[in-house]
Design a protein. Sequence first.
Length: 250
Amino acid sequence: MDTPTILSLVLGAALAGFVQGLSGFAFSLVAMSVWAWTLDPKLAAVMAVFGGLTGQSIAAVTVRRGFDVARLWPFLLGGLAGIPVGVLLLPLVEPNLFKAGLGILLAVWCPIMLFAPHLPPVRFGGRLTDGAIGLGGGIMGGFGGFTGVLPTLWCSLRRMDKDAQRSIVQNFNLTMLAATMLGYVLAGNVTREMWPAFAIVAPAMLIPSLLGGKLYIGISEQAFRRIVLTLLTLSGLALLASSLPCLLGI
């Protein structure tokens, strides 16, 4: 493994670990914005899932925010149904097209929510809608660990308080990323050549994840919402920046 690859793994893991510790999601989005420029897409997808799973495991111990089964189970059932679909589609779908579509969604809608804080919360939907959101999160997890994007956006639209949102997203991500990692192993997407990358990503993200978790505990509801929406917006722009040149042949 050459030096630029090692530096890219360390930088992406450290930044993404801090953001995930603070927000409860977005490891894959942040890490991919760094890794997309240097890593093979298959390696980046596996490392994104592994890093996200490691961070959520740390958060489950250090940032406990309850386990509301009644709220969580529709997301989990939908997500578990979606992961095999995402894993199977991973080799078939053009990754740059997928990233561009997700980037447009985040870059357009999240600023609207950020700069229009008085928009009424979403009241429609129920457990069936929560399950559909979980299904989408599971499919996106199979593509590369993007499990938390749709649930986070949905919880923000419904204006949940930060601890309720953290509880759903954190527990959903932990379950989905574990299932996705198992799916990658069973599908043969994890190879022996990737082992050194695992040994780099895990320690690189450890301390930043803990720091992000400590910062989360002290921030207000309004600040948390702004952080989440800003991160989603920046992640969308980063995905567009990494995918559009390839799609346009630039």
